[in-house]
Design a protein around this ligand. Sequence first.
Ligand code: SF4
Ligand code: SF4
Length: 98
Amino acid sequence: MKPYLRSIKAKWTLQDYPDNTTYEAGYLISKNAGWRSIRPVIDTKKCSGCLQCYLHCPDGVISKRDGAVAIDYDFCKGCGICKRICKLKAIEMEAESK
Ligand code: SF4
Ligand code: SF4
């Protein structure tokens, strides 16, 4: 019987994950087509830089640049998972300006 995925102990640490966004790593090739209606905005005063949002972003578009956590809006789809995962409530979803 195969083990449950949750019982497999991950040995990766944060340092093992790539620094770059998936776009920069070459995995995303087309920018979003403008259908996103809300976007995540990080409050840098609240953000601790824990990178939990980066680990959970399904598109891998969050990264740390010059010591600050940044979102690549060219590829963010506005799903809001990063907001849900941030325990410090440092991310708010704001309406896109059309
Ligand atoms: S999860 Fe929140 S506190 Fe952690 S890096 Fe992301 S925005 Fe900052
Ligand atoms: S809204 Fe979704 S796609 Fe955009 S940065 Fe947050 S988790 Fe990633």
